[in-house]
Design a protein around this ligand. Structure first.
Ligand code: NAI
Length: 411
């Protein structure tokens, strides 16, 4: 099909962007030929949202819009949802999948922001800045080199060498630190970092310990009285990962005793829901602790990266059918098709469904140039590049297969 037809089709594709999605995301959609975009600054109430969704193909939200099964019920045209944020708890992911709607987010768009904050904190802690700052605010003048160190040549122990941990390691090496890490999975060391076989070995050696693991059963309270005692006397500790990784009373005790010289903590087991709720923590009031309100990933650059990342994923799904990065859907990475027509079929994963799909194609003697299939227990996603001119006719027939949830074709 010609480019003209392609752009006409794009004109009909409606995007609804809620909660003031960053302009960078909307620019990216426009740059790719999508101009039918409505952007609202807020999250509409449930009834209004359900009504608006009736003629929307792509929905962009941030964290406040609740996309429940009911909200999706009449969203017959909805093709994909982009969460322009990190989390996706606000969407009923299973309900979306059962309707054939992939959900995308941007889990790693703020990696650099967290790594930079932690890098700054390493320097602040090793110079004893939190305590000197607190004292100066009270009119005290702690002008001494006691307990102050350059970071150059010191050992940074990174627990969890994933996106953030590994990027932090590279940045810290730039300052001349020696980087060691421990990860539950085998990880290729970047730069001159050195992987260790156990958490205990890392704690034995590190001058600064920074945790960058997810919140799982294994990591909950992994920093506790025992692991704190294993750390070197005078160690500095940083948590910008998840609150429940650290046993806060045990950390407070280690800070009071001086075994842990200082800490920087960005995340807490219980965090206020908003600005009008008080922040309660045993760490409050301790001079040697740098407290931040879960802002490790909160920068304007991260906001922009998130917008670009999610918009790119929506464009890719719309233009090419690729679902890489979907959080609730079979992930298929697709090449662009050449001289063929692409049909995308989403179906309930039932016995015989692929055979039914292939029968429709072979009954018309259409050659399948390529076929890609991925399944989850309840939903399958098959993409076919076909040598035919009659994609609309085939789509109509594929839609008649009882297990089909949705079929669309690309030009
Ligand atoms: P990631 O998934 O890329 O890396 C996590 C690493 O931890 C993986 O390499 C994994 O193998 C490892 N790991 C998992 N369980 C482990 C265990 N029991 N022991 C040792 N290693 C283990 O995640 P990413 O993006 O690097 O994020 C790290 C943490 O930072 C997460 O908890 C994330 O929620 C948090 N985060 C905090 C932000 C903030 O605002 N403070 C912003 C963004 C992320």
């Amino acid at each position: 099909m010609s480019n003209k037809n392609l752009s006409l089709a794009k004109e009909r594709i409606k995007f609804l962007m809620l909660e003031g999605v960053h302009a960078r995301g909307i620019d990216e959609l426009r740059r790719n030929g999508y101009h039918n975009i409505e952007s609202l600054p807020t999250a509409p109430p449930a009834a209004e949202l359900a009504e608006r969704l009736r003629d929307v193909h792509f929905l962009g939200i941030r964290s406040r819009s609740q996309i429940t099964a009911e909200a999706l019920e009449r969203a017959e045209k909805l093709t994909a949802i982009g969460c322009f944020c990190i989390g996706t708890d606000q969407v009923d992911l299973a309900a979306a999948r059962r309707r054939g709607v992939p959900v995308f987010n941007a889990p790693y768009a703020n990696t650099r922001s967290v790594a930079e904050l932690v890098l700054g904190e390493i320097i602040m802690l090793m110079r004893g800045i939190p305590a000197r700052n607190a004292a100066a605010h009270r009119g005290e003048w702690l002008k001494s080199a006691k307990g102050s160190h350059e970071v150059r040549g010191k050992t940074l122990g990174i627990v969890g060498y994933g996106h953030i941990g590994s990027q932090l390691g590279i940045l810290a090496e730039g300052l001349g630190m020696r980087v060691i890490y421990y990860d539950i999975a085998a990880k290729l060391p970047l730069g001159n970092a050195f992987g260790l076989g156990s958490l205990a070995e890392l704690l034995d050696e590190a001058d600064v310990v920074s945790v960058h693991v997810p919140d799982t059963e294994l990591t909950r309270n992994m920093i506790n009285a025992d692991t704190l005692a294993r750390m070197r006397p005078g160690v500095h500790f940083i948590n910008a990962a998840r609150g429940r990784i650290v046993d806060i009373p045990a950390l407070a005790e280690a800070l009071r005793s001086g075994h842990v010289a200082s800490a920087a903590v960005d995340v807490f087991p219980a965090e206020p829901k908003g600005a009008d709720e008080a922040f309660v923590s045993e760490l409050r009031g301790m001079d040697n602790v740098l407290l931040t309100p879960h802002i490790g990933g909160s920068t304007l650059e991260a906001q922009e990266n998130i917008a670009l990342d999610v918009a790119t994923k929506l464009v890719r799904y719309s233009d090419n059918g690729s679902t890489m990065g979907a959080v609730n859907f079979p992930e298929v990475s697709l090449p662009d098709q050449a001289n063929t027509r692409r049909i995308l079929n989403i179906h309930r994963n039932e016995p015989g469904v692929l055979q039914a799909i292939n029968s429709v194609i072979s009954a018309r003697s259409v050659n399948i140039a390529a076929q890609y299939l991925q399944t989850l227990p309840d939903v399958g996603y098959v993409v076919m590049d076909l040598e035919t001119d009659d994609t609309p006719g085939l789509v109509r027939e594929l839609d008649r297969i009882p297990a089909t949830l949705r079929t669309r074709y690309l030009n």
